[in-house]
Structure formats: C-alpha cells, structure tokens
Design a protein around this ligand. Structure first.
Ligand code: ADP
Ligand code: MG
Length: 354
C-alpha cells in the first residue's frame, strides 16, 4: 500500500514476499495523483508524470494496458520484486499501485537526471577516483538485490539512472522488468530463460538451451559497465556482427586489457568481475573488498582523458543506435498492428533461445 493512501507502505511480515493483490491501493488513481506530461515509453508501458494530490510531490506512473499483456504475471512480477526491494537509496522505489478495468498503474520515484553515462560525458576531468565513486553505490545496490534473493538480469547503462540534475544526484538502478526470484530461476516454462540485453549477457547464459545460471550474471554485466567506464569501449561488442560479439563473450580472454592505461588494481578488479567461469567470478561482497576500492590508491587522481574521449564516442554511437532502433521499431509496429505476438517476439529485451 502506498503513501498515496493514508496507510503505511506494505512489506510482508519478516521481510517475505508481498503478493500483488496486497500491493494495490483501492479506488481511483486520480483520487490520489494528478496526471501530467508523458515522460517516455518502453516495450510494454507508457510512463507519465503524476503529482501526488496531497503535497504536489512529483512521481512517475508506469501505465500498462491489460490487453497488451499475454499474461498478467509479466507485470505483477516486476511489482512484487520492486515491493521486496523497497527502502534502498540506490534502487527505484515503488510508491503505490493502482488498477482499473483496463490498466495497471505503477507509481515510482521520478528519476529526472537521465542516464549516468550521459553525466559522465559532461565531466571536465575524469579520473579513476571519480569512476570509483560512481561504481561503489551501484555495487552496494546490487548487493542488496542479491541479498534479497533476486537477480536483476538486465544490468546495463540504460538502467543506471540519476535522480535529478544536481551534481551529486543519487544513482538508481531501474527497470526490474526481467528480474527474477533466485528460487524461480530453474522452474516453469521460463526455466533459465535467456534474457536481458545481448551485449551484457554472461557466457553461461549463451552456453546451452537450459544452462543453469545465477546471480553471477549480474556481476558479469556490471563488469562490462565498469570496463566501459574505465576504458571507454565495450569489451565484447561488435556493432557490425552480433555473432562475433557472442564469440567474444564466450572466448575472448581480455588480453587487450593489459595495454590499457589504467592502474593494475583496476585491471585486476575488472578481470575478477569478467571471469568466464561463473563459479570463479567474484561475488559482490568479494568485489566490495577488492583493493582497488579499498586501498588509498595513488592512481585515483590520474586523468583518464584518452579513455574519456573514447567513452564520449561510445555514448554518442549508443544514442544514434537507439534512435535508429526506435525508428525501425515504429515502422515494424505499424506493419504488425494485427499481430501482437510477433511484435512481442521482436522485443529486444528477451532474446530467443539459441
Ligand atoms: P518498459 O518496461 O515498457 O520498457 P520502462 O520502465 O523502461 O518501460 O520505461 C519506459 C521509459 O519511460 C524509460 O525509458 C524512461 O524514459 C521513462 N521512465 C520510466 N521510469 C521512469 C521514472 N521512474 N522516472 C522518469 N522516467 C521514467
Ligand atoms: Mg525498459
């Protein structure tokens, strides 16, 4: 139950799982929130600015048409997971949930500062120490997710956002749309589903049809993010040839990292996150104890100017790709209006089994 109503936010006794039906606030959403402008749209939802009636505080409302879902659990799973993760300063906070005959309304923090990666582009001086300051809260948030027995499965730059435009705006991990309870990973029709975003998927996800995997896939994805932040390019990406990218993820030993002008500690840190063997890959608690984060490093003030220039180019290319993908998706959508199932199949977030 959200603070839109007068009752306290729901958490299950003993910190257990809260079920969807217990999260919904009765009554009309408009009794508690005033609808505002459109903020964005994703694969299944449109997001609007909603202001809370009692104090005018702005929130984001993610609105999903019930008809657009093949199965209600697609959406309620995200809600239940967000409810379970309430109370962490670096995770998108679920505020309230409403439902009417045709739609679901998920009210969350308004995240208005854009992507962390865009902020990095705007820095004048970029150093290892600065990168570290951004990496530490992300790791703490991920540790919290894992402690709550949840795997995010879609860690990537688009989902690392800033609360507002201020210089020290808190970072938020967002989009738990394909997150999963650890105990459910190996069950049901979606058993060990290959999902997420291909560039950030761990080798074990690619390996075979029903390959078991666990929370280590998030460490891998975060390792790719850290690599980009420190070196300015994606370690495995091949823009022209996605098949090559998969080969790189599976077999590239990252020997090129040796040539990067970053500290040895930073290189070791990256290698431990990007160990191809998920059993040897460091866990988040281990990573948080790594000397690169803990030691008073002499490299902290070294400028990463070359890497920063590369990083800006990388981010610019990502933006271009996003725009061209949006145009492509809109063209496809207009051709597929009569066939919702094939449109879903094109959803880039869930890649088909190999
Ligand atoms: P989907 O699950 O359909 O992909 P998303 O959660 O990714 O939907 O949201 C779609 C878009 O809406 C995002 O890319 C972003 O532009 C905007 N958005 C989503 N959540 C928020 C939020 N909490 N604050 C501000 N904008 C948001
Ligand atoms: Mg999304």
């Amino acid at each position: 139950m959200g603070s839109g109503s007068s009752k306290k936010k729901k958490t299950a006794p003993g910190g257990g799982r809260v079920r969807y039906r217990d999260l919904v606030t009765r009554g009309k959403v408009t009794a508690h929130y005033r609808p505002g402008r459109r903020l964005g749209a994703g694969n299944m939802a449109t997001v609007y600015l909603y202001s809370r009636v009692r104090d005018n505080k702005p929130f984001a409302a993610k609105i999903v048409e019930k008809d657009s879902l093949s199965n209600q659990e697609e959406f309620t799973n995200e809600l239940e997971i967000l409810a379970h993760l309430r109370g962490h300063s670096h995770i998108l906070e679920l505020e309230d949930v409403f439902e009417d005959k045709h739609k679901y309304y998920l009210i969350t923090d308004l995240v208005a500062g854009g992507e962390l990666f865009d902020r990095i582009c705007n820095y004048g001086q970029y150093t290892e120490g600065l990168a570290k300051k951004m990496i530490i809260p992300m790791l703490h948030a991920l540790q919290f997710v894992h402690e709550k027995q949840i795997v995010h499965r879609d860690i990537k730059p688009e989902n690392l956002l800033l609360m507002d435009g201020s210089p020290n705006a808190p970072l938020k991990i967002a989009d738990f749309g394909v997150a999963c309870w650890m105990q459910e990973l190996g069950q049901g029709p979606n058993r060990y589903l290959k999902c997420g975003t291909p560039e950030y998927m761990a080798p074990e996800m690619y390996q075979s049809r029903f390959a078991p995997y666990d929370r280590a896939v998030d460490v891998w994805a975060m390792g790719c993010v850290v690599y980009i932040m420190l070196c300015g390019w994606h370690p495995f990406q091949d823009q022209e040839n996605p098949a090559k990218q998969q080969q790189n993820i599976l077999y590239d030993d990252l020997s090129s990292l040796a040539e990067e002008e970053i500290s040895d500690n930073a290189k070791h840190f990256i290698m431990k996150m990007l160990d191809k063997n998920p059993n040897k890959r460091w866990t988040i608690p281990q990573i948080l104890e790594h000397p690169w984060l803990c030691a008073n490093a002499t490299f902290d003030n070294k400028s990463l100017q070359t890497q920063h220039e590369r990083f800006k180019r990388f981010q610019h290319l990502r933006r271009l790709r996003k725009v061209s993908f949006a145009v492509l998706a809109a063209t496809r959508a207009s051709k597929m209006v009569l066939d919702k199932s094939s449109f879903k199949h094109d959803d880039p977030k869930v890649v088909p089994m190999l």
